[in-house]
Design a protein around this ligand. Structure first.
Ligand code: GTP
Ligand code: MG
Length: 234
């Protein structure tokens, strides 16, 4: 290896070091936010927080794949997922609350939201990706925070294992079956949310402000999604 290559190798390690610091900082901020949000709730909003750093091989392959210059500076500028954090929430509306809280995090500037919940991928993939920049030691690092319910996560984990980025022959049957599972889980998420809201009303805990200012329209929402549970006060 020439001196020049050694210098480049050091630079890549420096990128990894800064990104690791960035992931640690952001994870701690999210943990603080979890305690803050859950202080006012009767349930676990953020069930699990995990993170991963993209490997150098994977960073360099992605830069080549997208036709970008292969350098640490180019990686910082062009890749939004060197730092990846995944947050699993209990219910659909928890995701909305967490997105709002993320946009208020210090030292994290949201630059893009990819809403694959409102607009699922053709595969059936559902999640909400918040992309933002955390500045550490004067270097801005882009981070991708994936927000999912437990149901969305179980689908993504199994679908990933079964076929994501694998060179499988395309099978209309498999595509259709996986899409059907995604649809069933979407219905389950909606029903779970309604059951949760129903129980909150039942216990007199209803935080209708996070659903709708208007209590009666909240009850209407519950009765549409869980018709058998029409009036929780009865
Ligand atoms: P990548 O090159 O994979 O990072 O894709 P991208 O930069 O174009 O972003 P995209 O929003 O498509 O996907 C980002 C991440 O979301 C992926 O790395 C996966 O973690 C996840 N993801 C996206 N689509 C799917 C999918 O169909 N199935 C599963 N299991 N995960 C997905
Ligand atoms: Mg990615």
């Amino acid at each position: 290896m020439t001196d020049h290559n050694l210098w480049l190798a050091d630079d890549w390690l420096e990128l990894q070091r800064v990104c690791a610091g960035c992931q640690e900082h952001l994870t701690q901020e999210i943990l603080n936010m979890k305690y803050e949000i859950e202080r006012n709730r009767h349930h676990t909003v953020l069930r699990n927080i995990s993170g991963r750093l993209k490997t150098l091989d994977s960073i360099q392959n992605k830069l080549v794949r997208y036709g970008f210059e292969v350098s640490p500076q180019s990686a910082c500028a062009n890749l939004h997922d060197i730092v990846g954090i995944r947050i699993i929430c209990s219910y659909l509306k928890d995701i909305e609350d967490v997105v709002e809280a993320l946009s208020n995090l210090p030292k994290f500037e949201v630059t893009e939201i990819k809403d694959y919940i409102a607009h699922p991928k053709p595969s059936g993939y559902r999640s909400l990706h918040v992309i933002g920049i955390t500045t550490i030691e004067g270097i801005g690092i882009q981070c991708e925070i994936q927000l999912r319910t437990t149901a969305m996560d179980s689908w993504a984990a199994l679908e990933h294992q079964l076929r994501y980025k694998k060179e499988l022959p395309d099978s209309a049957f498999v595509n259709q079956e996986l899409l059907e599972c995604a649809t069933l889980l979407e219905q389950s998420d909606i029903k779970m949310q309604a059951i949760h809201d129903y129980i909150e009303i039942l216990n007199g805990w209803s935080r209708c402000d996070h659903i709708d200012e208007d209590q009666s329209s909240h009850q209407k929402w519950v009765s549409i999604h869980v018709p058998e549970l029409k009036d929780p006060k009865q």
